[in-house]
Design a protein around this ligand. Structure first.
Ligand code: HEM
Ligand code: HEM
Length: 192
């Protein structure tokens, strides 16, 4: 019987390409992070006056999903550390390879820094970080109004930075796919 050609990826990365686990983590996290940016921008836009049930509920949901994103980022970093790092497309000029690697590194830093500043902000402001029914994370710092305001500002600007990089990164991927017609986006697609 002739050998069947399979177009599924291997689970782990190889020197040539991303494995299925890295691809699923990439798209799962992309979805989570886009949702968190959208939710974050929407909830701070809601009026602050009075006892706004919707705003409070959305902030709690944002916190819980944000902490899940921290767990996902650590899982992803761990997986990347014990896997081969696939080479970027050989057709990419040297300076674009450096830029792409730099953006990937900054993404990892933001995936850790955003939830951590969210957690620090909540601790400094005296607000809990509930994960699920009856269980909250411990405070990282004591109450401090100045630090509370500082963490809010840092969290906000890191969120804007993530959004800007996302537009750049997705724009570059789509440009490669639609204009140049190369393999860049297919390298990150589940069916390769
Ligand atoms: C990767 C994860 C996260 C992303 C991408 C993210 C993104 C954002 C964004 C874009 C905003 C709106 C900022 C503004 O325009 O002022 C925001 C606000 C906020 N985030 Fe996050 N966030 C994340 C994780 C967390 C976590 C883990 C917590 C808490 C444990 C948290 C707590 C908050 C709070 C309380 C606000 C409202 C701050 C205010 O009142 O101005 N976030 N977030
Ligand atoms: C917030 C959302 C996103 C984040 C944080 C993110 C992050 C990353 C990171 C860190 C890598 C390097 C590989 C790895 O370590 O997994 C990567 C690769 C890639 N991403 Fe994203 N990404 C996001 C959204 C997107 C979107 C929306 C697209 C497409 C429209 C995209 C297309 C790609 C492609 C094609 C690669 C492979 C590049 C290559 O090595 O040739 N990403 N992304």
């Amino acid at each position: 019987m002739p050998a069947q050609k399979s177009d599924m990826r291997p689970l782990s990365n190889t020197e040539q390409g991303y494995g299925l686990v890295a691809v699923l983590l990439h798209w799962g996290m992309a979805l989570l992070l886009c949702g968190l940016i959208g939710l974050g921008l929407y909830m701070v836009w809601l009026p602050d006056v009075g006892f706004d049930q919707e705003k409070i509920l959305l902030i709690l949901v944002h916190k819980a999903i944000g902490m899940a994103a921290l767990a996902g980022a650590l899982l992803r970093l761990g997986w990347r550390a014990c896997n081969a790092l696939p080479a970027l497309a050989a057709s990419l000029p040297q300076e674009q390879q450096v830029a792409a690697r730099f953006v990937h590194l900054v993404f990892y830093a933001l995936m850790i820094a955003l939830p951590m500043t969210g957690w620090l902000m909540s601790s400094a402001g005296g607000y809990p970080v509930p994960l699920f029914d009856g269980f909250s994370l411990p405070d990282l710092t004591g109450l401090n109004e100045d630090h509370f305001q500082l963490y809010i500002a840092v969290h906000r600007w890191l969120g804007y930075a993530l959004l800007m990089l996302l537009v750049l990164h997705a724009g570059a991927a789509l440009h490669h796919h639609l204009v140049r017609g190369d393999d860049t986006l297919r390298r990150m697609w589940p069916r390769g």
